[in-house]
Design a protein around this ligand. Structure first.
Ligand code: T3D
Length: 261
């Protein structure tokens, strides 16, 4: 039996999805993307899940589209179909999950693999990892949300130059430019991801999901629209059990015990 292309692990409230085609640096086939989408749907329906970590098997995070996946990349029609039916749903799922998504970038993130890493809420990379906007080298454009996230994270001048030049950034450069949250020494990487996911799993999950909604909307709203949205989402946060727990913990001079409710 062939090995699963997506490995799924559950530890308490932490869910981990690992892209698992290490011999191809976890390059994306339609079958892998379909399995990823199914796993994301399972996590969206999992009431006990409070944080998701996405990473890659072996030495890479993800080398983007598998250029040998027959039927996926041959011509414009194939590419449109692949993007619309396989990439776009996965990006939407990651962005709309009501819990924090960590991209744990253990190695090279190239092409759509880089776009996926940037679709997460928090992107943390091992120092030996790199971000490679490989698209221009083969005559394609950044997809899987790349043209959307890159300019928001870097500003249009840097996004345009990086995309056109097909440049590779070290994890440290990516962190210094604000493209990712943090680059950490390889020796500390697993521990950092573990600590981060445990911390987020114990956070007020509903408030985090509302923050995610607000910050994403803030990228295209006017100030007036955003102020109105904040009022609405704050009222939803204030109606959670975790807010009552936060208040009780504050006045009780103790640490809060959030349940994600
Ligand atoms: O249909 C559509 O929707 C189109 C959508 C496109 C979205 C995209 O992602 S386009 C961009 C696709 N990705 C790339 O162009 C990157 C291609 N890979 C590379 O440039 C290099 O592999 C890396 C810079 C990522 C890493 O280099 P290195 O030297 O560390 O590793 P390597 O030796 O090149 O790769 C290891 C193996 O993985 C190798 O196979 P081999 O020779 O050992 O049998 C290599 O061919 C394979 N591999 C790496 N990337 C891909 C791949 N095989 C298929 N597709 C890949 N993208």
């Amino acid at each position: 039996m062939s090995e699963a292309e997506i490995l799924v692990a559950k530890e308490g409230a932490v869910r981990r999805l690992t892209l698992n085609r290490p011999q191809r640096l976890n390059a994306l086939t339609r079958s892998l993307l379909g399995a990823l989408s199914d796993s994301l749907a399972d996590i969206a329906a999992d009431d006990e899940a409070r944080v998701l970590v996405i990473s890659g098997s072996g030495r890479g995070f993800c080398a983007g589209q598998d250029l040998g996946d027959k039927g996926a990349v041959e011509d414009g029609r194939a590419c449109r179909d692949t993007v619309e039916r396989y990439y776009n749903p996965v990006v939407r799922q990651i962005r709309s999950l009501d819990l924090p998504v960590i991209a744990a970038v253990n190695g090279i993130a190239a092409g759509a693999g880089m776009s996926l890493a940037l679709a997460a809420d928090i992107t943390v990379a091992a120092e030996s990892a790199a971000f490679d906007l490989a698209f221009a080298r083969i005559g394609l454009i950044p997809d899987a949300g790349g043209t959307y996230t890159l300019q928001r994270l870097l500003g249009p001048a840097r996004a345009m130059a990086l995309a056109m030049l097909g440049e590779k950034l070290s994890a440290r450069e990516a962190a210094d430019l604000g493209l990712i949250w943090r680059a950490v020494p390889d020796a500390d990487f697993n521990k950092t991801v573990e600590t981060l996911s445990a911390r987020l799993a114990a956070a007020p999950t509903k408030a985090l999901a509302l923050m995610k909604k607000a910050i994403h909307a803030g990228g295209h709203h006017s100030l007036e629209q955003q102020l109105a949205l904040e009022a609405e989402l704050q009222s939803q946060a204030a109606d959670t059990e975790d807010f009552q727990e936060g208040l009780a913990a504050f006045f009780g001079k103790r640490a809060p015990l959030f349940k994600g409710l």
